[in-house]
Design a protein around this ligand. Sequence first.
Ligand SMILES: [Fe+2]
Ligand SMILES: [Fe+2]
Length: 474
Amino acid sequence: MAIDYQERIPNNVDLAENRVLQRALEHWQPRFLDWWRELGPTDFLGADVYLRTATSVDAKGWATYGTVKMPDYRWGIFLADAVPDRRIGFGDEFGKPVWQQVPGEHRSTLRRLIVTQGDTEPASVEQQRLLGHTCPSLYDLRNLFQVNVEEGRHLWAMVYLLHAYFGRDGREEAEELLARHSGDRDKPRILGTFNEPISDWLSFFMFTYFTDRDGKFQLKSLAESSFDPLSRSCNFMLTEEAHHMFVGESGIGRVVKRTLEVMKEIGSDDPAAIRAKGAIDLPTMQRYLNFWFTSSLDLFGAENSSNAASYFATGIKGRPDETSFEDHICKEGAMTIDVPDGKGGVRQEEVPLRNAMNEAVRRAYIRDCEIGVKRWNRLIAKAGVAFELSLPSERFRRAIGAWANQPVDPAGKPISAEEYAAKLPGWLPSESDRAFVKSLMQRVIAPGKMAAWIAPPDRGINNLPVDYEYVHLH
Ligand SMILES: [Fe+2]
Ligand SMILES: [Fe+2]
């Protein structure tokens, strides 16, 4: 179904047919715009930005590109096409028709899941709101804004579900999504990672690589949901999400590339010498990676979770790519997980499959994270540099689950609390690392020019040259 752009709220959900819902959402719309003006990217409201906008949910050619001022972006409500006669794909209700309405017994659980997902979308816009001032290029500035407007649209996707299917409670939750703010002392965002400020571009690239990828896996799990409108919303959000992770992967790759160029130029791998040339040494990148990867791991929840078991049993939330599994019931069988043995070692525990769903998704996520790491390491190896970036163990620096607050080194080896306390600062970005990275954050806005710490991208956006003026500042 084509998207109706004549409406105040572009949509492919026949909004004009439901006046009550349309009015409620039109009432929310100005609040969203106020939020964007107050907590979206600062000082760029008048900039002309080359952005893509969703115009259909067709897999081929679903978006158009054009120059737009961000407050005029056409945020809308788009669901992927319905799958005819779609059936529940997992759990106790396997094979029954999916739900077009929310079953009463699952109402509060579904509402909480939608609110939690919805909360992350505006949170990341808030986290990144100051980054525009220190963009390394117009190309990157445009990518930041693309990610920001699409996270705004993802908020719209969740708010639509709340308004359309959860009545008054849903409308109240939609207001709350604009009332909580990232890092706010009184009303913080729901999940920890989304309250961490993202004040430099290295963190932004790490966030889009690791944390947006968590988003991908959450969306893929929700896309399996028996609640069909949620499934269709998430399926379309995934189309937009791919670019966010591309920004992260290519961003980190370009920083690595520039560092390797500088290392070659000066013939040294001494971090101080590399920093003196205005590039970011590889060990510092590893520390940033350690930080963002581990905080993203916690977003999947505990290894052994009765909530996860009940989401699966009831058909509310499945595993990414559920059809690729053989067993969709998972009543039998167990997953072996490593847990602390309480004596400074590791022991294995058998967790019933349904209870181990979080861990199953986390493992798929880790495998997906490895792909980029391998690509970056290929660049490093090709430059003849003996250094490898690596993902730390999933036991390292966890705040949730069996390994929460356990002293473990990045290789996953349990160590003494004293050793951990002494070494942890060296495994994470230190104050001086952050200050150094911050010192590099100088705005570069001449078309085609790049900051000294990052290499140019291989190509521009939508076949335009890298030196295209992707953002016109006034
Ligand atoms: Fe999103
Ligand atoms: Fe995203």
